[in-house]
Design a protein around this ligand. Structure first.
Ligand SMILES: NC(=O)C1=CN([C@@H]2O[C@H](COP(=O)(O)OP(=O)(O)OC[C@H]3O[C@@H](n4cnc5c(N)ncnc54)[C@H](O)[C@@H]3O)[C@@H](O)[C@H]2O)C=CC1
Ligand SMILES: O=C(O)/C=C\C(=O)CC(=O)O
Length: 362
């Protein structure tokens, strides 16, 4: 049953707060050593992607003897083999903490280490994916992405430093921001939603809707970058606290089984997933539309993507038409709770619309 918390105090819900410390502000990277001290960490391994090794090396210089080594093998969707390599690296370096400086792929690698060893994670996000705010992990093996929730993977401390996002390419900024909006959108119709997370969701969507066009105008607009990270924090908190629905199940299928780029996939699918759920989640749709200053949630997201130069069609990011039937079949398996039941014909049409880049169904 959909939580009726949108009727204020008349609803029934549970709310669980999660133990986490957040340091937010330009230049906050300089506090990483102090935050590690506060965690009681003495030997941290630094995790990053190959592309962000320079940032990790800058951080290692800052940390001095606290930095035990850099593992720069993070990749999207955390392949199991990569996770096993990183776990061995942590053990070989006698690490007592993992510092993930990067986007969701890097933070996901830190989570994979924590899942196995219980090592605490300090996350320093450089995109708007929001993984730092959630106890959700993802591991991909033999072409299948498995996700789960475990408090052991929730980063103990998060440092949000807008200066680290100034070099995030505009195109990546827009799709990563809409990835965050997707977390909040699904949180607004989650069966286990609550009024607090709904407040964060609406505020987070509004912050990102403000910030993304400003970043497209000026990628070095530090205020807009801070606004985007603020929205990321709130939307990520929602994802970490309440359930995901059809939209995330579709993206995990398209990302994990077809290796489509994560944030771009979220951007393309979200308008169509919202259209699919619209009739079954009207209160949520009204709040999403209000946050985006539109009158229809699905179209407002589509227009936000379109007006900021984001991809609109799965066929443009590597999806093959021949794979659509299989994508539909995999999505129907182990479905996530969703306000509208999954119907194969309607779901296949959703995938066709997303593949073609058509506007969402009214
Ligand atoms: N478990 C969770 O709660 C969540 C997990 N994820 C996972 O995160 C992964 C996607 O993460 P994303 O952040 O979208 O992408 P990403 O972490 O894969 O980064 C994409 C690319 O951008 C580069 N990059 C990142 N920040 C940059 C910066 N500030 N400047 C320049 N380049 C930068 C990276 O090095 C990488 O090459 C997927 O595996 C997804 O499943 C995403 C959201 C939530
Ligand atoms: O799809 C999302 O944005 C949220 C969760 C995941 O990506 C799961 C994972 O960590 O791979």
């Amino acid at each position: 049953m959909m939580a009726d918390h949108h009727m204020g105090g008349l609803g029934h819900f549970t709310f669980v707060s999660q133990p986490q410390r957040v340091a937010f502000g330009a230049g906050m990277l300089a506090r990483t050593g102090a935050e590690l001290d506060a965690m009681g960490a003495r030997r941290a391994i630094l995790l990053c992607t190959p592309q962000q090794r320079a940032q990790a090396e800058q951080l290692a210089d800052l940390l001095g003897s606290r930095a035990a080594g850099i593992f720069d093998g993070a990749v999207m969707h955390v392949p199991l083999a990569t996770a096993q390599d990183a776990r061995r690296f942590a053990a070989q370096h006698g690490a007592d903490c993992a510092v993930a400086i990067g986007g969701g792929s890097t933070i996901g690698l830190g989570k994979a280490i924590a899942l196995d060893s219980g090592l605490p994670v300090l996350a320093i996000p450089t995109t708007y994916a929001g993984s730092e705010m959630t106890p959700i992990y993802g591991l991909t093996d033999n072409g299948l992405k498995r996700t789960g929730r475990d408090l052991r993977v929730l980063p103990r401390t998060v440092i949000y430093d807008p200066e680290l996002t100034l070099a995030l390419p505009v195109g990546m900024s827009v799709v990563s921001g809409i990835n965050a909006i997707a977390h909040a959108a699904e949180g607004l119709y989650a069966a286990d939603g609550n009024p607090v997370m709904s407040l964060l969701a609406e505020e987070g969507i509004a912050a990102l809707a403000r910030a993304l066009p400003a970043i497209r105008l000026d990628a070095r607009d530090l205020r807009a970058r801070a606004d985007a990270l603020y929205g990321t924090w709130l939307c990520g908190k929602v994802l970490g606290s309440v359930g995901m629905g059809l939209h995330h199940k579709l993206c995990h299928t398209l990302g994990g089984s077809f290796n489509l780029p994560h944030a771009e996939t979220h951007t393309i699918v979200l308008p169509h997933a919202l259209a699919y759920n619209s009739a079954a989640a009207q209160p949520a749709m009204r709040r999403i539309a209000r946050a985006l200053q539109g009158d229809n949630a699905a179209m407002a997201v589509y227009r936000l993507a379109q007006s900021n130069g984001a991809p609109l069609a799965l066929k443009d990011i590597g999806m093959q038409a021949a794979d659509l039937d299989r994508a539909c079949a995999i999505t129907m398996q182990d479905e996530y709770p969703n306000p509208r039941p999954l119907q194969a014909k309607a779901l296949r049409q959703l995938l066709q619309d997303a593949f073609d880049g058509a506007p969402p169904a009214p």
